[in-house]
Design a protein around this ligand. Structure first.
Ligand code: UTP
Length: 478
């Protein structure tokens, strides 16, 4: 006997016009009925119905009054005056103190599908590094190890997965002994899912007894942090700040003392790094102010007039783009998730496989359905004193999104080695370069050993790195 009856499920579905989900009920065995019943009863249908109604009837318009948008101010990467220098040094020291006191945790959102990369597995398990072919997760683990050693502290690491990649992610860490981290300080939790809908707002079945469910976007983070008990875990450990980064940017500074310190000292509830856009068409979300509130306007939503607008210095007016690197205060997440979450999902048109009236699977050739996704940056307008700090692109950002070209494994390896070369050269090491300036060697220094130019300088001083690297060879420090 199934745990669910058709009648009780109909009491959930009929009020929201989704009874069609039970059209194969009579043909299902008990296990299939259990699965479908479990899926149906786990969804908050009245909320979801409102979202899909808005997505279908809201029209193409974003609802953003573009004439009222102004560029959001940001804190420059380097101090502009002597007095600012003092402030930056204080902020850096504050960030280091927060780390030493164990008030910071790392947080990676790793629930995405990585469709563009076309890699069959959780994206964090993708191996990319120049010599050792390490996985993205290993890079972050080693950066955390270095920071923990440097600040003599524990930095717990929270990793958000999706139901589709959770198991494979956990098994990858287990098989690799957590890359030297204490497994007690690594906590995985899954984000929520939402049904896919057709153009009439009807939830889609991907099998006669199974709903098509999809991860609810990186904004699903907030509810998942609460529901998984991660916020409680932070509280128990005395962690106040989450350093948030995406799974596909191995250059990210996982715990940047300056960023943490500025966040703390400015009383910000959610802070962001900003990349200065290379050109108007670079696909980054834009930091904007709307009626004094900080929002991020997606690249695809921004009118071309604003994308190209320049200021009195000839710079792009809306030049601060988001690489999705944040510091978020625990209490802010608590407050945001205390009742019903105020965030609204965005809609995306996607190809969603479905079963036809005979129960046969149909794989559409063109987008036929709607997925709903929350975005983490929609929390920004709710944050008090949200701070934006410019990021150093060469030091902190090289994402792996595409199989080739820009934002690919190859471009990431290039940027990663250039960063290390820059740090080595600053420490007086001669790095072989070709006539056009390109590196004439391959370099991989584990982040366990060095996460900054200062770390490299120490290694050079200690004689662990020679004064000159050999041309056309590999230099590796594990
Ligand atoms: P992207 O927007 O790049 O999506 O995610 P993706 O799924 O990784 O890649 P594509 O678009 O299918 O090619 C940015 C970050 O947000 C996480 C991803 O894992 C990545 O770290 N993410 C995205 C989630 O954690 N959950 C989601 O539902 C979506």
């Amino acid at each position: 006997m199934s745990r669910y009856t058709k009648e009780e499920l109909l009491t959930i579905l009929a009020p929201v016009g989704q009874e069609h989900l039970l059209r194969f009920w009579e043909q299902l065995d008990d296990a299939q009925r259990d699965e479908l019943g479990g899926q149906i009863s786990s969804i908050r249908w009245s909320e979801v119905s409102q979202w899909i109604h808005d997505a279908l009837h809201g029209g193409e318009s974003t609802g953003i009054p573009f004439d009222k948008l102004v560029p959001a101010p940001y804190v420059p990467l380097k101090p502009q005056s002597g007095s600012e220098s003092v402030g930056y040094s204080e902020a850096f020291a504050t960030g280091e103190r927060l780390l030493r006191q164990g008030k910071v945790a790392g947080f990676t959102v790793a629930g995405g599908q990585g469709t563009r990369l076309g890699y069959d597995g959780p994206k964090g398990t993708y191996c990319f590094s120049p010599v050792r072919n390490k996985a993205l997760f290993q890079y972050f683990a080693e950066a955390l190890l270095r920071n923990m050693a440097k600040y003599d502290c524990v930095i717990p690491w929270y990793i958000m997965t999706s139901p589709a990649n959770h198991q494979a992610t956990v098994e990858f860490f287990q098989a690799n002994d957590f890359f030297g981290l204490d497994s007690a300080n690594v906590r995985f939790f899954t984000q929520g899912q939402l049904p896919g809908f057709d153009q009439n707002g009807k939830a889609i079945l991907e099998a006669p007894g199974r709903l098509a469910l999809f991860a609810n976007g990186h904004g699903g983070t907030l509810a998942a942090l609460r529901d998984s008990g991660t916020l409680d875990d932070m509280e128990k450990r005395g962690v106040e700040y989450l350093a948030y980064w995406q799974v596909d940017n191995p250059l990210v500074s996982v715990c940047d003392p300056l960023f943490l310190g500025l966040h703390h000292l400015s009383g910000s509830e959610m802070s962001s790094r900003a990349l200065i856009k290379r050109d108007p068409m670079e696909k980054l979300g834009h930091f904007c102010l709307l009626d004094g509130k900080l929002i991020i306007v997606e690249y695809s939503d921004m009118p071309s007039e604003l994308l190209n607008k320049t200021d009195e210095n000839g710079l792009l007016s809306f030049r601060a783009g988001s690489p999705a690197i944040h510091v978020i205060s625990r209490q802010f997440i608590r407050n945001l998730t205390n009742g019903t979450l105020a965030l609204k999902p965005h809609r995306a048109l996607k190809k969603i496989s479905y079963v036809d009236e005979n129960g046969a699977l149909v794989k559409p050739e063109a987008p036929n359905g709607i997925k709903l996704e929350f975005f983490i940056f929609d929390a920004l307008p709710f944050a008090k004193s949200p701070l934006i700090l410019e990021a150093d692109r060469a030091e902190q950002f090289a994402a792996i999104k595409n199989p080739s070209g820009s934002d690919s494994p190859e471009s990431c390896r290039h940027d990663l080695q250039e960063r290390t070369a820059k740090w080595l050269e600053a420490a007086g090491v001669k790095v072989p370069r070709k006539a056009d300036g390109a590196l004439d060697c391959v370099i991989e220094i584990s982040l366990k050993r060095a996460v900054s130019a200062a770390d490299i300088a120490e290694l050079v001083k200690a004689g662990e790195i020679p004064g000159e690297l050999e041309a056309q060879s590999s230099f590796v420090l594990d």
